[in-house]
Design a protein around this ligand. Structure first.
Ligand SMILES: [Mg+2]
Length: 217
């Protein structure tokens, strides 16, 4: 069986897991912060404001501790998309390269990747900085992943085997395809369906078994 795509670039928040990390962190602070951050995230993922405009603002206002990011990692695993673990296993077994490219926070995303058997070298997310007590002390401002065009920038540098399929729920995932860094884009609607993202997609998948059908015909 020859895979239709040799590489699959997966989003994490609201794709592999039914958690939007920054919203989850804000919700564990207080209601006002939750409402503020959730709205900004929705705007960015719908593409009505660029991610660059909200990224640092959201993260600095939440200021997650190391311990909170580790707890978020557990939440990612608890809310793993149905059959995502089996799907990733099937892709890896078929020789498909699976990489996580996330605007989320690396410490938490690594916990999920580990559970899925995806090596750390294939995890691309934003590094936070913490002091010796684990308190938040900023993030890697040089990371392209904190910007609207960051995902295509990262995917291009990886030199992934073609054909490359990008999968996600958000405008920053669609941007990978629009910029030509992937050969095709599948909108994942298992958790949330964003009309502007679906409209630009080559494929629409509602589940991880759908992803397997697409990649391993
Ligand atoms: Mg997402």
């Amino acid at each position: 069986m020859t895979p239709r795509f040799k590489s699959v670039v997966l989003d994490v928040d609201m794709t592999l897991s039914g958690v939007e990390g920054i919203d989850w962190l804000a919700a564990h602070r207080n209601e006002a912060l939750r409402a503020f951050v959730t709205q900004r995230t929705a705007d960015a993922m719908a593409g009505t404001v660029p991610l660059d405009a909200v990224y640092g603002e959201r993260l600095d206002s939440v200021a997650p501790t190391l311990a909170e990011l580790q707890t978020l990692g557990l939440a990612y695993r608890t809310k793993l998309a149905p059959q995502a673990r089996e799907a990733v296993r099937s892709l890896l077994d078929a020789g498909v390269r699976v990489v996580l490219v996330s605007g989320g926070l690396r410490i938490a995303v690594l916990a999920l990747a580990d559970a899925l058997g995806i090596p750390e070298s294939d995890v691309h997310a934003v590094q936070t900085i913490h002091n010796e007590r684990g308190l938040y002390d900023g993030f890697d401002h040089r990371s392209p992943l904190a910007t609207q065009e960051g995902k295509p920038t990262i995917v291009r540098t990886l030199g992934l085997p073609a054909l490359v399929l990008a999968v996600g729920d958000g405008s920053t995932d669609l941007a990978i395809r629009v910029a030509g860094a992937a050969d095709a884009f599948a909108a994942y609607t298992g958790f949330v369906r964003r009309d502007a993202v679906v409209a630009g997609a080559d494929h629409v998948i509602a589940s991880f078994p759908d992803l397997i059908s697409l990649v391993l015909p």
